[in-house]
Design a binder for this molecule. Structure first.
Ligand code: SF4
Ligand code: SF4
Length: 481
């Protein structure tokens, strides 16, 4: 084909060191294309709107409904506030995401990759911009293989400019999930935002431009680990984009069918390959390069319709259905299979644990660190003193007062730096709303009351308002007995 990019060649020449052949996906209309546009619109709309939703949590806490506040090390999701210390909830969310993805894959193949993955959504958007400026597949191939002219340079510059604008408006908007969106937007526009903020917008926009504009299908084929192991999640009842080989082969041009009645329904027009964003020929069977976008279904259906042949030569179908149809039997539909039930049970269990844990979690935590050097100090009156750094995490939107006392060690007296007392069995600590109170706590004991070199000591913190108690054990050291 005179060096012209050819998607079919890409299939045949595929080797680790083969030159990358640019894919020029052709525009196609149809049910799945419409569905993809709708999903793209909904996802981008959701992505844009979410950081602007306000949520009143009181005067001391940010009022952005969804916010990952890295500086304060907290995540806000409407009424749920997760502190860095509660990172196990993030683990729960990741498990839910992973199992949800396994479930979707077992049910409908690479539906995530083909419709909702950000790489797919952004690549679709960039391809739309490319078509707008450079035209559809044949025009783009001609433009790229032709000499550099003023018109070609103009089109290329305009396309990259449009890509950069889209990258800034879409990828760059990611920043609004990490800072107060309205303030950041005003600061970015009037030039008063911090260098860090501009830097992150440039970083996110740069990656969007690179991955969706330049790398495109190579991210799915070479970079993403998901295609490598998702094959193990399919079974013969998973819905996949499949070619009805028993019906399509042997393929041959439409006119030849009048002469040779043994030909199948595939007219070898290559439209299914030409519209494919990864350059895959689905007629060769299931391949990890197929992202399940279903555009080849639209392409083939448009040809079948023109020829008056039955639709769905390429279809979203299961292997077991295909086999039944090939044998002229009714299609088998099996939704509830053991793996689907296993994924559903796992999802329900993890979700249940998370909901119960969120509903019953304490909004106060303590963290005690014992001084390691010196282990203890002998005071002038002979008493032994140990030092502790005491942190109280008050996760409530109002201030709280707590009584701190010790159990286990009878006769222990507490001193807290910054709080006037000469040593008492208990002391009152105050912590502001939604903040961490850090206190230097000293405990002293008469030497004769210490039984061992290492003694158990339990700190008890009592919320004065609710009476709720939290205990934490640590050690009180003294000299060798
Ligand atoms: S083969 Fe079909 S479903 Fe697979 S990526 Fe290409 S167009 Fe999409
Ligand atoms: S679009 Fe349909 S008819 Fe054309 S080559 Fe592909 S499978 Fe065959």
């Amino acid at each position: 084909m005179n060096g012209e990019p050819d998607n079919k060649k890409q299939q045949v020449n595929e080797s680790l060191y083969s030159k990358h052949l640019k894919v020029y996906p052709q525009r196609i209309a149809g049910t799945f294309r419409r569905l993809k546009w709708m999903v793209l619109g909904a996802l981008l709309g959701f992505y844009y709107i979410v950081p602007w939703i306000r949520w009143d949590r009181g005067p001391t806490v940010p009022n952005q409904a969804v916010l990952l506040d890295m500086a304060a090390r907290r995540g806000y999701f409407f009424d749920i506030e997760i502190w860095a210390q509660e990172v196990y909830y993030l683990t729960g969310i990741l498990i839910l995401g992973a199992v949800g993805l396994f479930l979707a894959t077992a049910l409908a193949g690479r539906v995530w990759c083909g419709f909702t993955c950000p790489q797919t959504v952004w690549t679709d958007l960039f391809l739309w911009a490319e078509r707008l400026i450079e035209g559809d597949r044949n025009k783009r191939i001609k433009l790229d293989s032709g000499p550099l002219t003023v018109s070609k340079a103009g089109k290329k510059v305009t396309k990259h400019f449009l890509w950069i604008v889209i990258s800034l408006l879409t990828g760059g908007a990611w920043i609004f999930y990490f800072v107060d969106a309205p303030t950041a937007a005003i600061n970015l526009l009037n030039g008063t935002a911090s260098t860090t903020l501009y830097g992150f917008v440039a970083l996110f926009a740069g990656f969007t431009y690179l991955l969706a504009g330049w790398a495109r299908e190579q991210v799915c084929i070479y970079m993403c680990p998901w295609p490598r192991f998702q094959g193990s999640m399919f079974d013969e009842d998973s819905l996949l984009v499949t070619y009805e080989e028993w019906r399509g082969e042997p393929r041959g041009k439409a006119k030849q069918k009048d002469i040779n009645n043994n030909l199948g329904d595939c007219v070898d027009c290559d439209l299914c390959v030409n519209v494919c964003p990864t350059g895959t020929d689905i007629r060769l069977g299931q391949q990890f390069t197929c992202i399940g976008c279903a555009l080849c279904i639209d392409a083939c259906n448009s040809i079948m319709e023109k020829l008056g042949r039955p639709a769905n030569l390429i279809a979203y179908d299961s292997i077991s259905n295909q086999l039944s149809r090939a044998e002229g039997k009714p299609a088998k539909k099996r939704f509830f299979r053991p793996r689907i039930l296993a994924y559903l049970v796992t999802l329900a269990a993890v979700m249940g644990v998370m909901v119960i844990s969120l509903a019953t979690r304490d909004r106060i935590e303590i963290n005690i660190q014992r001084d390691r050097a010196p282990l203890f100090v002998t005071l002038s009156n002979g008493d032994i003193r140990n030092g502790y750094t005491f942190k109280i995490l008050n996760m409530e939107p109002h201030d709280n007062s707590y009584v701190l006392r010790t159990d286990e060690l009878k006769g222990a007296l507490i001193n807290v730096i910054g709080i006037e007392n000469k040593g008492a069995s208990e002391v009152v600590l105050k912590v502001g709303p939604d903040s961490i109170g850090t206190f230097r706590v000293f405990v002293r004991m008469p030497l004769e009351d210490l039984e061992n070199k290492s003694n158990e000591i339990e700190f008890v913190l009592v919320n004065l308002k609710t009476g709720m108690e939290i205990e934490q054990e640590t050690v009180f050291y003294g000299p060798e007995k």
